[in-house]
Ligand binder design. Structure first.
Ligand code: FAD
Length: 431
């Protein structure tokens, strides 16, 4: 190992691996440190990987990567206790190259992806915990690891250590995450015969479906559940803000059991065998919770810098793009021989010039808004279910009568005004 690297990347998730891959491809000598036994061993994701951002790094990766199924259908279920209003989109254009997105199992995918970075020349060292950044003369100069003689030096350190990045926190870049900006998700991978999966989800071979669950899936608390098809397994999970779990005294595992036993979900997973149980935090505070992401000799990427778009359940793609842009910046800095904060700030500029920063800004108030006004999940989703039931039940009354009944069900004139205001406010925070 050389005594000093051009760059040390901490954390081999999608952000860190993307960064290490691009740096090595650009000719930098890069060290990728991972605390897990292997990349992916500690990583959790519902499982939707976005093709475009991955192809920006490895074109046509899907021809050899361990992807599960290309997604051809995305469904959304607004659930009540014994009903659900379902909508979505199925498009066979997504069943063909270049595809749209794929389900993946992170333990498999991250290992494959990390090997690609190693093939480019990155040095991967696992089972190594980075304890802190070494700061010399006001600049990050390397990292202190838990290995004997564990100080390693580099021109730049990229922190890709995931949600609640303790390393960036120690540098004073952000404060401890708050329960109202952090979700806790639990999930299981359930084994089920391939043919049964395809029959139950109305799929042909090599086609996949995602179902996002709202409302009663989280007992009305702000959050979502999900049901994704893999080749021979189903990923099922649920997550809510920690503040919601604390307030409603709900244990994460009990919520997952509730979803698995929900009458709208049970039939999909009947007869399946649990293969794996996983739990992980998700940073959902958005743009307003982002801390400092660039300093002298250091850049923060991926979940470590809060880059998650909770509204569209995107995180891995933001992580990959941030890793790629950080690598571009470090290569420019290397060329200029300048690793100062002002030079590395080009990373921030690139991030906010593209979809990552733009989307973070677009949804900057959404988590706060939906957390502050629980009626969207608690009251309006059951209301929509009731209205659908009334409208679609054929009982001899005219459709005019039904329409009136549905409108009456929205409450008094004052309550209707409140509903209209809430719809407008929701549109405003999402527009
Ligand atoms: C249940 C769940 C479902 C999700 N579903 C989706 C989805 O369907 N689609 C999507 O795009 N996103 C999804 N996400 C979000 C997505 O998983 C993250 O946004 C993404 O993994 C972020 O990548 P990352 O590389 O920044 O962090 P991570 O994937 O968390 O990787 C961080 C890495 O750093 C390592 N590490 C941490 N600290 C240290 C240290 N001190 N020293 C050495 N190594 C360290 C960890 O072991 C880990 O390997 C989901 C998240 C969860 C929890």
């Amino acid at each position: 190992m050389p005594e000093k690297f051009d760059c040390i990347v901490v954390g081999a998730g999608p952000a860190g691996i993307s960064c290490a891959h691009e740096l090595a491809k650009g000719g930098a000598n890069v060290l990728l440190l991972e605390r897990g036994e292997y990349p992916g061993s500690k990583n959790v994701m519902g499982g939707v990987l976005y093709r475009k951002m991955m192809e920006d790094i490895i074109p046509e990766f899907y021809k050899e990567a361990p992807v599960e199924r290309p997604i051809v259908e995305q469904r959304f279920m607004m659930m009540d206790k014994e009903s659900a209003v379902t909508f979505g989109y199925k498009g066979l254009e997504w069943a063909q190259e270049p595809y749209n997105n794929f389900t993946v199992l992170r333990a498999n995918f991250d290992q494959w992806f990390a090997q690609k970075a190693v093939d480019q020349g990155a040095v991967l060292v696992c089972e190594t915990v980075v304890l802190e950044c070494i700061v010399e003369n006001g600049k990050v100069a390397g990292v202190r690891t838990d290995r004997p003689d564990g100080d390693i030096y580099a021109d730049v350190v990229v922190l890709a250590d995931g949600v609640n990045s303790l390393l960036a926190q120690k540098l004073g870049f952000h404060k401890e995450l708050k329960p109202e900006e952090t979700a806790l998700a639990t999930m299981e991978i359930l084994k089920l015969d391939k043919k049964i999966i395809e029959d139950r989800f109305n799929l042909e071979e090599n086609q996949g479906c995602t179902i996002e669950l709202f409302g009663d899936a989280t007992k009305g608390i702000l959050g979502t559940g999900f049901l994704y098809t893999n080749k021979e397994t189903i990923s099922i999970g649920v997550g809510t803000l920690l503040s919601g779990m604390i307030k409603h005294k709900i244990r994460p595992y009990d919520l997952l059991e509730y979803v698995k036993n929900h009458p709208m979900i049970r039939p999909y997973i009947q007869g399946s065998e649990p293969a794996e149980y996983l739990a992980h935090l998700i940073p959902e505070g958005g743009f307003n919770s982002m801390g400092k992401i660039v300093g002298n000799g250091v850049i923060v990427i991926g979940d470590a810098s809060q880059l998650v778009n909770a509204i569209h359940r995107e995180g891995s793609n933001l992580a990959m793009t941030s890793g790629r842009l950080a690598a571009e910046t470090v290569l420019l800095a290397k060329e200029a021989g300048n690793f100062s904060e002002s030079m590395l700030s080009r990373y921030r500029e690139k991030l906010f010039a593209g979809f990552v920063g733009q989307d973070m800004k677009k949804y900057k108030d959404s988590t706060h808004h939906f957390n502050k006004f629980p009626q969207y999940f608690e009251e309006y989703i059951p209301m929509i279910n009731k209205a659908a039931s009334q409208m679609f039940t054929v009982d001899g009354s005219s459709k005019w009568e039904k329409q009136k009944k549905v409108i009456r069900g929205l409450g008094s004139a004052k309550e209707k005004m409140k509903l209209a205001r809430d719809v407008y406010k929701a549109w405003k925070v999402m527009k």
